[in-house]
Design a protein around this ligand. Structure first.
Ligand SMILES: [Zn+2]
Length: 280
């Protein structure tokens, strides 16, 4: 069923998917992602937008915008994870932490070395989405260089994540490099460097040894790899099922770097037959 050329789900109505740029990810090309997405889902309206917060604040009056920035600065400072072994958030952030976040928001500068609670980030960003786009017909995919994670009760610690699907869906370009585990030999070799007192040489040595087998910051394969994460966000919202068991399908829930590369680049096909059929 179609409506004005858009995908029309009987329950949801026409569907729009918005990709929000992350300017700090120089090898992430959202226009290419949008083209590929339109190719796979021609009936969905795909739109590339500027960075999420700047985009949402741009329509506000100056006073409202200032108030919103203050709230966001406090929200980000609170969402910061201080210890990966403790589930409690930073409920009483220091003035310096809040002003760091305010400055970062105003200048659009890069986040270095901080780790945030993913669900708190999602809650914070969700509040910025205007009413007209607050429904399941609207798929918001926010790319961010912020590293975030989720608390897992099983082993009582935070785990870094590449993505978190919800409203909006979050995809971390830093998380893609940091969260999925590297090959076991990587950690073994790193230990050897450290045992020999060669910590300085470790980074360059490991990079040389594992070139191509792990994703690096500024990796040229970033756009290709992240297409699968956008598809997971779309499947999550439209079918409530973001993942697949087929290691060659882009919806495979990879926990290792080599699994990420296999699913996104080495699979030889975009989606497994079952998921391709769902798209069609
Ligand atoms: Zn599949």
């Amino acid at each position: 069923m179609t409506h004005e050329g858009f995908c029309y789900n009987v329950m949801l109505g026409p569907v729009g998917c918005y990709l929000y740029r992350e300017p700090w990810a120089s090898t992430l090309d959202c226009d290419v992602l949008a083209l590929r997405l339109r190719g796979l889902l021609p009936s969905i309206h795909v739109e590339v937008r500027g960075p999420f917060i700047a985009h949402q604040l741009s329509s506000l009056a100056p006073d409202e915008r200032k108030r919103c920035l203050e709230e966001l600065a406090l929200g980000f400072a609170t969402a910061k994870v201080h210890s990966p072994l403790r589930p409690d958030l930073n409920t009483t952030p220091l003035p310096g932490e809040i002003s760091y976040e305010r400055r970062r928001l105003e200048e659009g500068s890069k986040v270095f070395g901080l780790f945030y609670d993913g669900f708190e980030l999602m809650r914070l960003l969700s509040g910025l989405i205007p009413n007209r786009e607050r429904s399941l017909r609207h798929i918001h995919v926010v790319f961010t260089n912020q590293l975030f994670g989720t608390w897992e009760d099983d082993d009582r610690r935070y785990h870094a994540r590449v993505s978190l699907y919800g409203f909006p869906s979050l995809v971390s370009t830093t998380g893609l490099v940091e969260a999925p585990a590297k090959p076991r030999e990587f950690y073994f070799l790193k230990q050897q460097y450290l045992a020999l007192g060669m910590a300085d040489a470790a980074d360059a040595g490991l990079k040389r040894e594992f070139r191509g087998r792990v994703l690096e910051h500024g990796d040229e394969r970033l756009t290709e790899v992240l297409l699968g994460y956008v598809l997971q966000a779309v499947f999550h919202q439209l079918w409530g099922e973001p993942f697949c068991d087929d290691p060659g399908c882009r919806l495979y829930n990879a926990h290792w770097q080599e699994e990420v590369l296999q699913a996104q680049i080495g699979g030889g096909y975009e989606l497994c037959p079952r998921h391709m059929e769902m798209l069609e």
